[in-house]
Each structure stands twice: as C-alpha cells, then as structure tokens.
Design a protein around this ligand. Structure first.
Ligand SMILES: [Zn+2]
Length: 309
C-alpha cells in the first residue's frame, strides 16, 4: 500500500508517492492563487493522476492522500488559507468525489512537519512530541499519543504566538511579545539590525555589506568569530528559546521537542548550554525533562508528514 503526501505552499504545490517513509516519486505545479479552493483541488487532482500514471500504481493501491496547507483547518475539514487566496472551502469534499477509494485528510503545514518528524524522523519512537520550526516565523505542532493536537476548534498549537515578554516591535498577528518575535530567523535579523542601526560596529555588517541584507547566517557566522554584537543577539535569542521551551515543559511535559527550520542549521551554537537555560524556567528542579533534538527533514517534511496523516 502507498500513501500520497501533498505539500501546498505559496509558490508551488508538491506531491509525492510515499512507501514506508520513503518518497518513491514526486512532482509539483505552480500554486493557482486566484481560483480558490476549486483551483487547488484541480492542482492536486492532476498531480495525483500524474503520479499514479507515471508510477504504474492503481489509485486503489493508495491508502491516504494527505494534504498540508498554509493556513487553518477546522474540524469539518474546511480550510482558510489567506496567502493562497482561499477564504473558505471544503477541499476534502472535492477530493473525495474524485478519489472515492482513498482516505483524504488535511492539516496545517506546521502540524504536518511535526508529523513527519514523529512518524519517520527525529521524534520517532517517542510517545509525545512537540516540533518548533524556527524560520521566518515560529511554526509548531503538538503530538500526544500519536495524535496531532490542534484543539476543539482547530485553532490551537500556535506556540509561536504565545506571549513571553514585551518586545520592541509587534508581531504580524497584531499582538506584542509573541514567541516568534524573539526566536525566529526574522527576530535574529531584526535585533542585529536594531543594534547596528544604533551605531554599534559589527562583523555582521561586513558580511552582509548592507544592513537591509543581513541574514541569520551572517549573525551565526559572526558569533563564531566572537563578534560582540552577534554574541548579544544570539544570547538573547537563546535565552528566549530556553524560556519558551521551559514554558512548553511546564505546560505539557512532552517526551521530546524537535527544533527545525533554517535557524536549526546552527544547531551547535543553539544547543550549547541550552539545557541549563531551559532548566532555569522549568518549575520542578532536578528531574528528567524532554529531550531536545534537531529535526531530520528539510524540504521533504511537507510531503512525508502529509503522507502520514
Ligand atoms: Zn503573534
């Protein structure tokens, strides 16, 4: 039996035929952002048909078609994905009509990434796990006893928007002090820009050439060369990451927390001393706490996780 995982993104829709955690074949199409939910369904239908044809697999041999979408999925399977022009629509109904023998399931892309790590990657073998994707924002997924936890209304598991302190700029969600305004790649870049903008000298600027072009990698690279501004930026980031993870442990106490996203490329720097910071914020002292690990998957997490829905 095969499964198909579909990763819906802002620029492309990617699909893959998956068997036992391995992608056998994958294809993609440009995302139709104008035609609403019907256009997305058509994107997916043609990708699935192409996969079945190219791989000489019968659709009856495909157990699940799982889809990860960049937005909200409610308990009825209706989706709201503002970035790709879907205000409301039932993708499940449209796909079930086309593929009546397959189980169709949809989840938010951050939850799907967590599922990929839980089923096949860094959280495999654990009972409960939480994934934090540190990229442009902070994405998150919660899995308890093998099940994604998204809440009674499908709007939970938004750990990136837990308020953890007052910050000097507002979050995209409109609030101030969200976890992601301290611990995303964007947060690292913004704080480096702030300090340099205040006249501080730094290797970061030498590497980036221009304050507008600073990347999180420039900051981590400068940290390795003991640049004082970079050290200040990364120390602040790590303190808040430890605080955020400490909060998660106080709240849910999972077996494992997996860290992914672009920022996790500097895992040696992030992990150095992180446990001590986390323990500072965990209420119960001297007890066993969650393993904190690095995510295994990068680009294929969407397809693999969706295939495991
Ligand atoms: Zn927010």
């Amino acid at each position: 039996m095969y499964n198909i995982g579909v990763d819906v993104g802002g620029t492309s829709v990617k699909a893959g035929l998956v068997k036992e955690g391995e992608i056998v074949f994958k294809n993609s199409q440009e995302t139709d952002k104008i035609g609403g939910v019907e256009a997305l369904a058509n994107n997916i239908i043609s990708l699935v048909n192409e996969i079945v044809e190219k791989c000489s697999v019968k659709i009856e041999e495909v157990g699940t078609i799982g889809i990860g979408v960049p937005g909200m999925v409610n308990k009825h399977g209706e989706i709201v994905c503002v970035n790709i022009g879907i205000k409301n629509g039932n993708l499940i109904e449209l796909l079930e009509k086309e593929f009546p023998t397959c189980k169709i399931d949809i989840a938010n892309d951050a939850n799907v990434a967590a599922l990929a790590e839980y089923a096949f990657g860094s959280m495999k073998g654990y009972n409960s796990g939480i994934m934090l994707t540190l990229g442009t924002g902070v994405g998150s997924g919660i899995i308890i006893n093998g099940k994604l936890v998204t809440g009674a209304h499908g709007i939970g598991a938004e750990i990136g928007h837990i308020t953890i302190d007052k910050n000097y700029f507002d979050c995209n969600c409109g609030n101030n002090g969200c976890f992601e305004t301290f611990c995303s790649a964007t947060a690292i870049i913004k704080y480096a820009q702030k300090l340099i903008g205040e006249g501080r000298e730094s290797l970061i600027l030498e590497k980036a050439k221009n304050i507008e072009n600073i990347t999180a990698k420039d900051v981590f690279d400068s940290y390795r060369e003991k640049d004082i501004v970079a050290v200040e930026v990364i120390d602040r980031f790590k303190n808040y990451l430890g605080l955020g993870i400490g909060n998660i442990i106080n709240f849910i106490d999972p077996d494992v927390i997996s860290i992914g996203g672009g920022v996790s490329n500097a895992s040696d720097i992030i992990f150095d001393g992180l446990e001590e910071i986390i323990r500072k914020y965990v209420v119960f002292k001297g007890v066993e706490i969650a393993d904190v690990v690095i995510a295994k998957f990068k680009n294929d997490a969407g397809i693999l996780g969706a295939s495991a829905l």
